[in-house]
Ligand binder design. Structure first.
Ligand SMILES: O=P(O)(O)OP(=O)(O)OP(=O)(O)OC[C@H]1O[C@@H](n2cnc3c(O)ncnc32)[C@H](O)[C@@H]1O
Ligand SMILES: [Mg+2]
Length: 222
């Protein structure tokens, strides 16, 4: 039977990119929407690393399956690395991609230094809290107006000089070859056999010796 891996994200753009690269392996990819209502994960970490682990470990613990989470964002040099971990809510708690794009254009309107980097950390966690971490980064330049209709988030503003296009002007396959998420996923797919073995070992420990980690009165807990 195939091991299940839950994509612990509510972002449709990310989900598409993650699914595309994770298909074809002996693992069944599930979405959060395949399960009932799940409490929101509080993303109050100071780093992408912290938040990726929070999301993956929380969802894995709640659902009892291994989970993969991505925390990512855009770091703008002239803004001291902002919006960074606040990228999703740069223009406010319920900001849309368009709101965030507008706010960034406004913040950068008189700025000559347009250097920016997308960063991504992917955490794969099991219900015990054990986890693996992968990272990717990609450098580019912010445009002065949106260009392109593909992708999501800040893609229409992120100009990638090597391809002379914004990320929103690339196909999903082209973006995956060079993007922050694509790089983290390249490492994951290269190591997929090892990762799936690791997950199997971690999950078999839970199912054969629940007292090790899950039961509050388990033998390691008192
Ligand atoms: O936390 P989840 O549920 O995964 O979904 P999210 O959209 O809140 O995701 P993050 O907390 O990681 O916030 C990252 C934000 O950074 C932006 N972002 C990340 N990767 C991007 C990419 O490949 N292209 C464009 N924008 C991206 C985008 O606006 C995201 O909302
Ligand atoms: Mg988020």
């Amino acid at each position: 039977m195939k091991q299940i891996l839950v994509l612990a994200t509510t972002n449709k753009g990310k989900t598409r990119e993650l699914k595309e690269r994770l298909q074809g392996y002996p693992v069944e990819i599930k979405n959060l929407s395949d399960f009932g209502p799940i409490p929101e994960v509080i993303e109050d970490g100071e780093t992408f690393d912290d938040n990726a682990y929070k999301k993956a470990s929380f969802i894995s613990r709640i659902l009892g399956y291994p989970a993969l989470a991505d925390d990512s964002g855009l770091c703008v040099e002239a803004l001291g690395g902002a919006p960074g971990v606040y990228s999703a809510r740069y223009a406010g708690e319920n900001a849309t991609d368009q709101d965030n794009v507008d706010k960034l254009l406004e913040a950068m309107k008189n700025e000559e230094n347009r250097k920016a980097a997308f960063e991504c950390v992917i955490s794969i966690a099991v219900p015990t809290g054990a986890a693996l971490t992968y990272e990717g980064r990609c450098e580019g330049v912010l445009t002065r107006e949106p260009a392109g209709n593909n992708g999501f988030g800040y893609d229409p503003l992120f100009f990638f000089p090597e391809l002379n296009k914004t990320f929103a002007q690339l196909s999903m396959e082209e973006k995956a070859k060079v993007s922050h998420r694509g790089k983290a996923l390249q490492e994951i797919t290269q190591e997929m056999d090892k990762i799936l073995d690791w997950i199997d070992i971690q999950m078999s420990r839970i199912s054969t010796e629940p007292g090790d980690c899950l039961s509050p009165k388990g033998k390691n807990n008192g």
